[in-house]
Ligand binder design. Structure first.
Ligand SMILES: Nc1ncnc2c1ncn2[C@@H]1O[C@H](COP(=O)(O)OP(=O)(O)OP(=O)(O)O)[C@@H](O)[C@H]1O
Ligand SMILES: [Mg+2]
Length: 266
């Protein structure tokens, strides 16, 4: 089974999606994997967080692929990190929904393009990781249609689980209509504060409800994680010994272990 295309998704804003994309990608390259990150958010935070520009002078963006102006192979950029490539984004992407309104197959456009990458033997990525915007818009639907599996960051705060109910309904709808093999790979607790009783309560509730879908590793609230993006580097490189880095490294190992039965059988 091919579980290569992973979206990091939650329609709630500021829960740690981009931080997770950047550091999972970095962690996987440190484990010898070849990674392509796709920034599917007009905010372009994964782009800048990996040291590239999100200004509108570049036409090497996912927007130009999704509107049919460019081939996907033309917009892949190298980052300064080994084995880590990026398709960047900028604010132009926010126009896509209106501009493609007449195209009935538009929900499949990202999927079709990614199948083309995976069929191109010159581009042998182990994982393609998609950073989703904080909405349930066309862009999110495109990601859900294109993905094999989802990682859902869940900020350990009040109302976190309420937002998840809405996301799960959307996932079920996409599964039923557009992508039957879509699966939640795991839920990652983020911004965990062990001094705050609420963090523990949200954790207990999430583990009780979603059982082993919740990763054992929880990402702590750690200021180093919020400093790293302004330097354009993953925290795993910015400060590899800080608690945030250790947690993202543990999460990367858990993530890889989910695939190891497949690897050892191959
Ligand atoms: N574990 C953490 N500890 C401290 N700060 C964090 C942590 N995770 C993320 N942050 C910071 O919180 C903010 C939101 O994180 P991030 O950008 O990863 O969330 P997001 O879900 O991608 O947001 P958006 O929905 O806007 O795309 C950022 O400033 C980030 O640096
Ligand atoms: Mg983000």
């Amino acid at each position: 089974m091919n579980r290569k295309i992973i979206s990091v998704i939650n329609q709630k804003g500021g829960v740690g999606k981009t931080t997770t994309v950047i550091n999972l990608a970095a962690g996987l390259t440190m484990k010898g994997k070849k990674i392509l990150v796709i920034d599917l958010d007009p905010q372009g935070n994964a782009t800048t967080g990996l040291g590239l520009s999100n200004t509108t002078d570049s036409d090497q963006t996912i927007y130009n692929v999704l509107n049919g102006n460019k081939e996907i192979s033309e917009v892949i950029q190298s980052t300064s990190f080994e084995n880590l490539d990026l398709i960047s984004s900028n604010v132009d992407l926010s126009g896509l929904e209106v501009e493609t309104a007449g195209d009935s197959r538009r929900a499949f456009k990202l999927k079709d393009e990614l199948v083309a990458i995976l069929n191109n033997s010159g581009l042998s990525y182990d994982y393609i990781i998609i950073d989703c915007p904080p909405s349930l818009s066309l862009l999110t639907v495109m990601a859900l249609v294109a993905s094999d599996a989802l990682v859902v960051p869940l900020q350990t705060e009040f109302f976190a689980l309420e937002g998840l109910t809405q996301l799960i309904k959307t996932i079920e709808r996409i599964k039923a209509n557009l992508n039957p093999s879509l699966d939640i790979r795991g839920i990652l607790l983020t911004m965990y504060d062990k001094r705050n009783k609420l963090s523990g309560e949200v954790e207990a509730e999430a583990r009780n409800y979603f059982k082993d879908k919740v990763y054992t590793t929880a990402i702590p609230r750690n200021v180093r994680l919020s400093e790293a993006p302004s330097h354009g580097v993953p925290v795993l490189i910015y400060d590899s010994a800080c608690p945030g880095s250790k947690a993202y490294f543990n999460f990367t190992e858990e993530f890889l272990n989910q695939d190891s039965p497949v690897e050892s059988a191959a």
